[in-house]
Design a protein around this ligand. Structure first.
Ligand SMILES: Nc1ncnc2c1ncn2[C@@H]1O[C@H](COP(=O)(O)OP(=O)(O)OP(=O)(O)O)[C@@H](O)[C@H]1O
Length: 376
């Protein structure tokens, strides 16, 4: 049995360091480069945050409406970090003399825009390269390439069935890709799973918790199975319980938790080993508004401390407010990505999403259901 939680919990956990060993892969893709670009375009032309679509072509249909994707730097060309030596020179990080790990100088509360700009100077901690998953003839994820920097908060959005869960599951090591590669701090998720999973905290879709355990037990096993010693697990469990408002529920069976409480305990379990990257599939689904604000604050502190969050959500307002980077996936392919400001290009993210996906047309029809005489 896990030890009882300490009586005096303190502040929520903060991820204060990222590994200095996070290497930049040789063929680093610029964060704002969503698709393979035309080789004729120089790397610097669009760096660092090119618009995702040309503002001069607002009327073009969704898929065709992303010509600027082709105007952004190619993967084969100079990586953004190399194309911007000033960034390299900036004293963005300093190594801790105690741990040798990089201290990321991101303030605890910053606007997402500022955070995104700062984060792009940090090492890439999560990289997917041409990540693909097929089911027979169905391409659920199609050559998805995403770079996530330390200290950044990235949203993955897309219509139902777009491939968000498929992509996040492959990143988390839960779903084997058909092809492509995922690395976390240089560790290949699919060739060195155990090492990678110590660096990743995962909140999967369709929670399948060991719900005959109490919340305290679930946290305990999540911690020790990730290699955290029991004393630290007890301390962290206590702090996480306070942070998520679950103190009084820790002794109860998880099966008796509400859906929102289950989501919160699962999120706490994903964080207990202080991972480098949190991969969260719809973390705010079923969570009440007050708790959502609380969870947002916890995640922002985690990111401010150098951790990275990749999360899917259907709430474009939330993504615009909280995230500094966003990738829009449609039919398995990334059709736009970059900083939130670059992607939305002067529109709200929801307006941009609607334009890019052409989803505004889906309301046509159903007049028979609305009682309209137009269909008669
Ligand atoms: N095990 C499976 N077998 C066959 N097809 C699958 C399987 N899992 C997912 N798919 C298909 O892959 C596509 C992408 O599914 P995915 O769950 O990744 O979408 P999503 O973007 O997360 O959708 P939602 O927003 O509805 O959660 C869908 O067409 C889905 O039907």
């Amino acid at each position: 049995m896990p030890p009882a939680p300490p009586a005096e919990p303190s502040a929520p956990p903060a991820h204060s360091e990222v590994p200095s060993a996070a290497p930049a892969a040789p063929a680093a893709a610029p964060v704002a480069a969503p698709v393979p670009a035309q080789p004729a375009v120089p790397a610097q032309a669009a760096a660092p945050v090119p618009p995702v679509s040309a503002p001069t072509q607002p009327e073009t249909p969704a898929r065709e409406a992303v010509p600027a994707r082709e105007a952004v730097p190619a993967r084969e060309e100079a990586p953004a970090r190399e194309a911007a030596p000033a960034r390299e020179a900036a004293p963005a990080q300093s190594a801790s003399p105690r741990t040798g790990r990089i201290q990321v100088p991101v303030p605890s509360v910053v606007r997402a825009r500022e955070r995104g700009r700062i984060a792009e100077q940090n090492p890439v901690v999560l990289r997917t390269e041409m990540l693909t998953k097929t089911y027979g003839s169905l391409i659920a994820a199609n050559e998805v390439s995403v770079d996530v920097h330390a200290g950044s908060f990235t949203g993955i959005v897309g219509p139902n069935g777009a491939g968000k869960t498929t992509t996040l599951s492959m990143i988390s090591g839960l779903l084997r890709p058909t092809s492509g590669r995922v690395t976390v701090s240089g560790v290949d998720v699919w060739t060195d799973g155990p090492a990678a999973k110590r660096l990743i905290g995962s909140l999967p879709d369709r929670l399948r918790l060991f719900d005959r355990l109490t919340g305290a037990q679930l946290l305990y096993y999540s911690g020790v199975l990730h290699g955290v010693d029991a004393a630290a697990v007890a301390q962290r469990s206590s702090e996480l319980a306070v942070a998520f408002g679950l103190e009084s529920a820790l002794g109860r069976l998880v099966s008796d938790y509400s859906a929102g409480m289950q989501k919160k305990i699962a999120l706490a379990c994903a964080m207990i080993h202080a991972p480098e990257v949190l991969v969260l599939d719809e973390p705010f689904e079923t969570i009440d508004p007050v708790s959502a604000a609380n969870v947002t604050e916890i995640l922002e502190k985690y990111v401010a401390g150098g951790g990275s969050v990749v999360m899917s959500s259907h709430s474009l307002d939330l993504i615009q407010r909280v995230c500094d980077h966003v990738s829009i996936i449609v039919d398995g392919s990334v059709i736009a990505q970059g900083t939130v400001d670059a992607v939305r290009d002067g529109l709200s993210l929801e307006e941009r999403f609607t334009k890019l996906t052409g989803m505004s047309d889906t309301q046509k029809g159903l007049e028979w259901l609305h009682g309209s005489s137009e269909s008669e």
